[in-house]
Design a protein around this ligand. Structure first.
Ligand SMILES: Nc1nc2c(c(=O)[nH]1)N[C@H]1C(S)=C(S)[C@@H](COP(=O)(O)OP(=O)(O)OC[C@H]3O[C@@H](n4cnc5c(=O)[nH]c(N)nc54)[C@H](O)[C@@H]3O)O[C@H]1N2
Ligand SMILES: Nc1nc2c(c(=O)[nH]1)N[C@H]1C(S)=C(S)[C@@H](COP(=O)(O)OP(=O)(O)OC[C@H]3O[C@@H](n4cnc5c(=O)[nH]c(N)nc54)[C@H](O)[C@@H]3O)O[C@H]1N2
Ligand code: SF4
Ligand SMILES: [Mo]
Length: 694
């Protein structure tokens, strides 16, 4: 069944701008809907999203790789039978952990939930993780430790509109979430970014540290707050613990020392803290720039320490938040596709959580596997003697997006079986033994949880093309072939959601009081939203967390005793520059989707390397020329873009491009010990013209 019109949300980022889709003369039209978050705005990607629905190379049939290495179309039964038979054989020979699953933060809650359940009970494997490990994991680790729960923004996005000062640490929202700027018009912005980004240009104060030095900077800001007497002592006493230990570490980071390490003038550090202190309403927000480091969790914690010292979290009109990235980056990390988690943001090692979820699933808790490997470790183990021999990918394009992509490409090639479910032939799908074509956003129903923790409905306008199935149906088709009852893997999204609600009930991310009916009636529901007995009014959801207490048993937030350390790979004589990576407005992630939208490809057709004119000149490079960027792991090619505001020690590469233009051919997979986040944002490189030596 299809409709003439559907109120839904953009298929891309976590802002989840509200859109109204309609059909006009056979074409799908998109316009912003009346939705609080985007207030009539969309970015270039949102406006052009319908083009993806009928992209010329859309996958329309399952594909099987033949002995000649080529993909040929086959019937669904043939494809699913083949996958199930190979999985059974691999499992029989090597055990259940020889089969691995890799998910994505773009999957709906229903898909993420069913994928986790499928891995744990149909495959019986512990080996499941997802691309959110590369995205949110550092801030999640820090948020859980500080507040006892991890919800990216513990307040509605619209609260930002009343702020006097907002500190954006490593977030380029003017390119990554443009409509968010509508809520930042009133605020004075402080932006921390090694580049003078479009966001930095809007700022009252731009701090431009060397990549990977934010932890020192955050400690310095705390130092200023305390020594200038701007610390909110009564808040710290009443609502937090651990200040003394955290302060012991910050004590040694006086502004002049921080200036030497970061390059941020001491005066600017003081000005930043003064702006936050003098504001009546202030927010500290972090993005991937400070989080995607081998010390990303400690860095996020250091910014939380600053916010706590200033008394912001849980104060109405103020707070700390992390800007979640993918469409369902928030919900995707709550419902069980993460190696260490069960639905409801429960821990897979917690006996009570295992008992609860096993009961909902109708299995013995002892059957549930334990925690598996985190994303990079999982991908790096593929095809090795003790690692998985088969991998199923739903909603990610690791060939482009994982660090040290050359190495991971070899691991993917070493597998006995690679299965990819996607709607376009992504770089990863092209390597697959079996490709399963799935439906897209405007062709399906479901829910996503946006960066503010609000559960939103994705609604269907169109039927998927003939030959294409939904992810839920694909999961069911595999589960039944592996001997599971079909009823255990429902394909109707609302049925899956109701089960997800029960599985999450009583957990930190409790969805049990949320239903499609309530969402469709227009209620704005933020988790936690527990179910209540029928004779009581329904729970209204929780737009604002922490107003009375934090989620730790004693109700207090915890300072973290963290100290600065250097990047995993500092610049040397051989590799004298630091490369950092990130995003541009026109492209999304691995680019699998946006490189297929003609308008977006025209806006930014190829990869480039931003560098200071002196940096280019010293390497014998001119604007527009092709540079080779080399690190200890590999090399990539990019067109030189001379940018006068760049730090001379830094090169910036967008990571949205394939082949020899992949920024991830050079990135460093050094992992954060707490979150297992790789160091996407800093590695040592040298640059030169195309024909230069090795
Ligand atoms: N256009 C577009 N929008 C997107 C996405 C996309 O791919 N394209 N992806 C979505 C997703 S999944 C995510 S996670 C978000 C990410 O959103 P952001 O976090 O805003 O994105 P990035 O560009 O990765 O990083 C932000 C900034 O960090 C800076 N940076 C690099 N190294 C450092 C450092 O060491 N310290 C500091 N302080 N800053 C540093 C970069 O220069 C960059 O400007 O965007 C979401 N929105
Ligand atoms: N160098 C560097 N690398 C990075 C980053 C960085 O800043 N620098 N950022 C990291 C971050 S934050 C992220 S989030 C990752 C993202 O990197 P990826 O995980 O590669 O993300 P996408 O490009 O969104 O890949 C999603 C794929 O799934 C498909 N897809 C979309 N929706 C669905 C669905 O519902 N079902 C199925 N089956 N498929 C679907 C899309 O067509 C696409 O091929 O990249 C990380 N990699
Ligand atoms: S900001 Fe994000 S959700 Fe909004 S239109 Fe752009 S990509 Fe879509
Ligand atoms: Mo992300």
């Amino acid at each position: 069944m299809t409709a003439d019109q559907a109120d839904t949300h953009c298929p891309y980022c976590a802002l989840q701008c509200g859109t109204r889709l309609s059909r006009q003369d056979g074409a799908v039209r998109v316009e912003p809907s009346d939705f609080s978050v985007n207030r009539g705005g969309l970015c270039h990607k949102g406006w052009t999203a319908p083009a993806l629905l009928d992209t010329p190379d859309r996958l329309r049939h399952p594909l099987l790789r033949g002995p000649d290495g080529r993909h040929t179309p086959v019937a669904w039964d043939t494809a699913l039978d083949r996958v199930a038979e190979r999985l059974r054989r691999i499992r029989a020979e090597h055990g259940p952990d020889a089969v691995a699953v890799f998910g994505g933060g773009g999957l709906t809650n229903e898909k993420a939930y069913l994928l986790g359940k499928f891995a744990r009970i149909a495959l019986g494997t512990s080996q499941i993780d997802y691309n959110g490990r590369f995205c949110m994991s550092s801030a999640a680790a820090a948020g859980n430790a500080a507040f006892g729960v991890d919800r990216g923004l513990p307040f509605p996005v619209t609260d930002l509109a009343d702020a006097d000062t907002v500190l954006l640490a490593g977030a380029n929202v003017a390119e990554t979430m443009p409509p968010l700027l509508r809520h930042l018009e009133r605020a004075s912005l402080i932006v921390i970014d090694p580049r003078r980004t479009r966001t930095a240009e809007l700022a009252a104060l731009h701090l431009q540290p060397a990549p990977g030095t934010d932890l020192a900077l955050a400690l310095g800001l705390l130092h200023v707050a305390v020594t200038e007497g701007w610390c909110d002592r009564s808040y710290v006493a009443a609502r937090t613990s651990g200040f003394d230990e955290a302060w012991q570490r910050a004590l040694g980071w006086w502004p002049e020392r921080v200036e030497r390490v970061t390059g941020v003038p001491a005066e600017d550090q003081r000005a930043a803290v003064r702006m936050l202190t003098e504001a009546r309403r202030a927010y500290v927000l972090t993005g991937r720039g400070v989080e995607q480091h081998s010390k990303g969790a400690d860095t996020a914690a250091a910014f939380i320490n600053l916010a706590l010292a200033l008394g912001l979290p849980g104060r109405p009109g103020s707070g700390y938040g992390c800007l979640t990235g993918q469409g369902n980056g928030q919900g995707g990390r709550e419902h069980g596709q993460k190696a260490d988690q069960l639905p409801g943001y429960r821990s897979i090692t917690d006996p009570a959580a295992r008992t609860h979820v096993a009961r909902v699933w109708g299995v013995d808790p002892a059957e549930l596997p334990g925690p598996g490997r985190s994303a990079y470790r999982l991908l790096d183990a593929l095809g090795r003697p003790d690692g998985p021999r088969a991998l199923l990918v739903f909603g990610s394009n690791p060939v482009v997006s994982v660090p040290d992509a050359g190495r991971i490409g070899e691991r993917l090639a070493a597998l006995d079986l690679l299965v990819v479910a996607d709607f376009v032939p992504s770089e990863t799908a092209r390597l697959a033994d079996v490709v399963l074509p799935v439906s897209q956003w405007a062709e399906e129903e479901g829910t996503l949880t946006s960066l503010e923790g609000r559960v939103l409905r994705r609604r269907r306008l169109l039927d998927p093309p003939a030959g294409v199935r939904g992810d839920l149906a694909v999961i069911q088709g595999l589960a039944t072939r592996l001997g599971q009852p079909a009823a255990r893997f429902p394909t109707a999204p609302h049925e899956v959601f109701d089960e997800l609600g029960r599985a999450s009930g009583g957990g930190p991310a409790d969805y049990s009081g949320i239903s499609y009916e309530r969402l469709d009636a227009g209620e704005a529901l933020y988790w936690p939203c527990p179910a209540r007995p029928a004779d009581q009014a329904a729970h209204p959801g929780t737009p604002r967390l922490f107003l009375d207490r934090f989620a730790h048993p004693d109700g207090r937030a915890r300072f973290a005793a963290v100290d600065h350390r250097d990047v995993a790979e500092p610049a040397t004589a051989d590799y004298p520059l630091t490369a950092t990576t990130g995003r541009v407005l026109a492209h999304y992630q691995s680019g699998a989707q946006t490189r297929r939208v003609a308008e977006l490809l025209a806006a930014v057709p190829e990869v480039y390397a931003e560098m200071h004119p002196d940096t280019a000149a010293a390497a014998g490079l001119a604007d527009g020329q092709t540079a080779v960027v080399r690190s200890r792991r590999g090399r990539m090619r990019a067109r030189v873009k001379v940018v006068h505001t760049m730090r001379p020690d830094t090169v910036f590469l967008p990571f949205h491009f394939p082949g020899a233009g992949r920024a991830n051919l050079i990135t460093n997979p050094a992992l954060d010990p707490r979150s297992e986040m790789p160091e996407f944002k800093a590695c040592a490189v040298r640059i030169g013209p195309e024909d230069s030596e090795g």
